[in-house]
Design a binder for this molecule. Sequence first.
Ligand code: FUL
Length: 473
Amino acid sequence: MSNTPDFVKYAASIVPSERQIRWQETEFYAFVHFGMNTFTDSEWGSGNEDPDLFNPEELDCRQWVKLCKLAGMKGLILTAKHHDGFCLWQTEYTDHSVKSSSWRGGKGDVVAECAKACEEFGLKFGVYVSPWDKHEETYGSGEAYNTFFKNQLKELLTNYGKLFCVWFDGACGEGPNGRKQDYDWSAYYSLIRMYQPDAVISICGPDVRWCGNEAGVGRSSEWSVVPYYHCNSLAVAAQSQTDVSKPPKKINPTAVDLGSRKVIKNCNKLIWYPAEVDVSIRKGWFYHSSDDYSVKPLSKLMDIYYNSVGANANLLLNIPPMPSGKINEKDIETLLSMGAQLEIDFNENLADDSVMTDNRHLDEEHTGQQILEPDSDSYWHSGDNPEGSELILDLGDEYDIDKVVLGEHIATGQQIEKFTLYAQISGKWKRLEKGTVIGYKHICRFKEIRVRYFKLVIEQARCFATISKFECY
Ligand code: FUL
C-alpha cells in the first residue's frame, strides 16, 4: 500500500454521487423514440413538418410501460423533443408541438401520459431533449436560444413528477456552414440540479458517459473512473452523429481503454463517469414498417445485455412505437422473451445461504460473509493490502452453475484491476475467468459445471478491494 503511486491513490479516491449510484442500480431501461419522425417515416426531420401529421390515434403509453416491465426494465426515457424540434408536451414556448396538432383537439400530452404510466407501473421516468433544434428560429443566436431551451427544460423538470434522467444528445447535423449554437451547458445543468436533484444528466452531461457507439457494444474493461475531459460536452458532440446517414458505428479503437493505470497516469483530473450502452431493438431509432424484419433476435439482445449490464455498464434499449401509438407485435414478442430469459437466467441465487471465507478483511464488519447479506451496503473489505486477497464460497452442496455475478461496493470507489475466478472441480481449482474491471456488476459466464466451491482472487487493486455481490446461477 505504501508503494501505491499517488495517481493510483487519487483514482481510488473518486466515488460516485448518490444519484449515480441510484442510476447504476437501474441497470436496464427503455429508450422510446416517438415523435414527428414516426409519422414521416424518417430518422431526422426537417423541422418544417406540419404538426397535424402527428396523430397517434391509439396512443397507449400503458402498453409501452407494461411491456418494459415484463422485459425486466426498471425505467423509461422518452424523446420529449428530437432534432426536428416538435415537442410532445404542452409547451408554452413554441407552437411546434402537440398543441398545434388536431390530435385530441390540441390537448394531448405524450410526456404527461408516459410519466403517469411509469408511475402506475413503478418504472423510473426520464426525458431525452435534443439541444439541436432544427425548427426553432432562435437556434444559433446564442442567448435567445439558451433562454428558450431553459424555459422548455423548466417545464419538463417541473410538470411531470420525478425524473431519473435528463438525456442530452450530442448530435448536430448543421454542417460546417450551418447555424452554430453556443449552448449554455452550465445553466442547463444548474436548472436540472435545482428542480430534479436526483436526476442524472447523461451523455452531454456530467453524470453518465455514452459508450461511444450505437451498436450495443460495450468495452471488455469498462472503467467508471476516467479522465475528466471525457465529460466535456463539446468533445462528446464532436464524436456524435453529424449526418443522419452515418450513425457512429464503432468504439474508436484509440478509446478502447479509458481508465487503466496506463491511461490515467498523466491525468491531473479524474471523474466518476460510468458508461451507458444505447442501442435500438431495430435498425432505426424511430419506427419504420420497413424495419419490421430487423427486430433483433433474443440471442442478440441477450448478448448485448451481458456485454453491458454484465460488464459494468447500463443498458438503454430503444423500442420505437408505431404511428398508431402502440408497439409492434414483433418487438413485443422479442421483449417478452427477453424478460422470460432474464427470469430463467437469474431465477435463484444459489449462493444465498452459503458460507464465504476470506484470507483477510478490514474488520469484523467487513468479512467475506457480509457479501452474502442481502443489503447492498454490506460488503467485504480487504483492508489496505488487497493484492492476493482470496474469497472462498462454499455452497454447502454441489449445484449446476453457469454464471457468477460479482460486484464491488462502488460507494467506496472502483478499486479492483485484476481478478481471477476459480471453481473447484475434482479437488482442483480450475480457472473460469481472468479479468480486469468488476465495478458495479460483472457477470462471469462459463460452460455449466457441477460445483460446490468457488474462489475469487484479487491480483491487483488500487488502495483496497471490496466485494458486495457474489451470486451464483
Ligand atoms: C443520436 C441521434 O441523432 C439519433 O437520432 C438518436 O436520437 C440517438 C439516440 O442519438 O445522436
